[in-house]
Design a protein around this ligand. Structure first.
Ligand code: NAG
Ligand code: NAG
Ligand code: NAG
Length: 499
């Protein structure tokens, strides 16, 4: 028992600080979760992973670990029961609060019908779903649900959300010797595709007369600032997830294939089947750590006869880490899986490192206007990410303000660390430190990966970010287009030489 809780604490500790993005579910017993952090660095860990029998025998679990409420909440729940001081027992009944108005949006009804069935199945009926309309008397403290699922189209505007969360997130006093209530620590907002593209068709039309998408956009921005505001105020951390769907189709159709696509931000177009939408929400609510503090959009369908494996879900959500801004498939790795090292993977990794050196030192000829630092990435392989070998580099943007352009060696190290941690928000708890710390100017982490399926790929994700970082889109574009060319050349050369 202690061991399980300890492992859980290790995982969630790691996850909160996001210092080990590689972690893997190992074995499951009922609702207890045992995760093992697979923290590993660069090439040594590539080898260690592959010769580690313990990891090998774990394989894929058909069961999945569940994560209800904020990551921080799950961690404290584990710690508190481990200490068993009985002082302030945390209510740990599985509960979800749903705020929706099915009259306003018929699609919600179809999604919720699927989702309640999925939740029941995932939690073996050990879960309560309380549904309220925004106008009803929503209980203070949200009935101690861990998660609030809110359909933004059911709300009037930003202030409706703020009023509603004012009630729902309020701590309630314990009733007559009972345990104190714990308000939801994860808010999932269902919004719409196009809220960040109101100048583009067809979203401009949808937005034209009622400003519908602008209102949804304000609701999205509101949940982000509520979540961030709490971390400054010393209150319980609140994770958020914004899920954008287009029109909800009448059904998911037949056939034997799923076509769910998930991307960070607001980039896809098209409708989504109710079963597909419900499954994406289930993943965001209970299974996918990368969906925390993220915005995602999803389209496609999932016929009811088709089921998606855990590893496939994880791969669909891994793009939210960063987020990912480019992925290029580079063909299969070397065939002989008996070997510890895959020569093709090693060659591609070395090639990308070589490519990145163009950005080191003097940046003449690279087309970049922003000074950068190039560092090796220490993100190791990860069972959870479905990645068996991983190497890469960070290209860290530096401030153009010459006054603090030259960082000390230790500041460089700190920036690099933050990059590895995917822009940890944890550290902002110490205001004194922030002031003395260099601003995070953003950057791109380029990862060369060999997947569990034996395929090679190159991914680029944003790093070295915090709330204040302004994304340097032009510099990103310069780097990404050069990267695309480089990988294309490698793939072509491979075709010619047959290597
Ligand atoms: C699960 O845990 C319980 C008690 O902690 C134990 O009795 C049971 O054997 C375990 N089951 C498995 C499959 O490990
Ligand atoms: C999400 O962001 C909030 C606010 O910045 C923070 O308190 C919380 O710990 C974050 N959650 C995760 C899982 O990083
Ligand atoms: C970089 O380019 C500028 C103008 O293109 C030139 O003046 C400068 O000397 C170059 N720097 C180096 C180190 O070559």
């Amino acid at each position: 028992m202690m061991l399980h809780l300890f492992s859980l604490a290790v995982l969630f500790g790691e996850l909160t600080s996001k210092s080990a993005v590689g972690f893997a579910p190992t074995s499951l017993n009922g609702s207890l979760i045992k995760w093992t952090a697979t923290r590993g660095f660069s090439s040594q860990s590539t080898r260690r992973y592959q010769s580690n029998d313990e990891d090998e025998e774990l394989g894929e679990s058909t069961d999945m670990p569940r994560l209800l409420g904020s990551v921080d909440f799950a961690r404290r729940r584990g710690e508190i029961s481990a200490e068993s001081d009985g002082d302030n027992p945390v209510v740990s009944e599985n509960r979800i609060l749903v705020i929706s108005d099915e009259q306003k949006d018929k699609g919600i009804k179809r999604v919720m019908a699927e989702l309640s069935g999925l939740l029941d199945k995932a939690f073996e009926s050990d879960i309560k779903i309380d549904t309220y309309t925004p106008a009803s008397n929503i209980p203070m403290g949200g009935n101690s649900a861990q998660v609030a699922l809110i359909f933004a189209s059911s709300l009037d505007d930003r202030s409706s959300l703020e009023n509603l969360l004012g009630r729902v997130l309020k701590r309630t006093a314990p009733v007559a010797g009972g345990p104190a209530g714990v308000p939801p620590s994860h808010v999932v907002i269902v919004s719409s595709l196009g809220t960040e593209r109101t100048n583009k068709m067809p979203y401009s039309m949808q937005n034209m007369f009622t400003g519908k998408l602008d209102k949804l956009r304000e609701i999205e921005q509101s949940i982000v600032s509520i979540s961030r505001g709490r971390s400054d105020g010393g209150k319980q951390p609140l994770d958020y997830t914004i899920v954008k769907f287009g029109d909800i189709a009448n059904d998911d159709g037949g056939g034997s294939d799923e076509s769910i696509e998930i991307r960070p931000g607001d980039h896809l177009d098209g409708e989504i089947g109710p079963n597909a939408a419900a499954n994406v929400l289930l993943q965001a609510i209970a299974f996918q750590p990368y969906a925390r503090n993220s915005t995602l959009c999803a389209i496609g369908s999932l016929p009811s006869s088709v089921s998606i494996e855990t590893s496939v879900w994880n791969d669909k959500f891994v793009c939210l880490s960063g987020p990912e801004i480019l992925r290029i498939e580079a063909g299969p790795g070397a065939k002989d899986d008996g070997k510890i090292l895959d020569p093709k993977f090693e060659q591609l990794a070395a090639y990308i490192k070589e490519w990145s050196t163009a950005y080191e030192g003097d940046r003449n000829g690279t087309g970049l206007t922003t000074p950068v630092l190039v560092r090796n990435s220490r993100k190791g392989p990860s069972e959870f990410d479905g990645v068996i070998s991983r190497e890469g580099v960070h290209i860290l943007f530096q401030t153009t303000n010459t006054g603090d352009r030259y960082k000390t060696a230790s500041e460089d190290k700190a920036a690099e660390k933050d990059c590895n941690s995917g822009g940890s928000v944890k550290k902002s708890s110490d205001p004194a430190k922030i002031i003395s710390k260099a601003r995070k100017e953003g950057g791109i982490e380029i990862l060369v990966e060999k997947t569990k399926n034996g395929d090679l790929r190159v991914r680029a994700r944003r790093c070295n970010m915090d709330h204040k970082t302004v994304v340097k889109e032009m510099s990103e574009e310069v780097i990404l287009s050069s990267l695309k060319k480089a990988v294309k050349a490698w793939v072509e050369a491979r075709g010619v030489t047959g290597f």
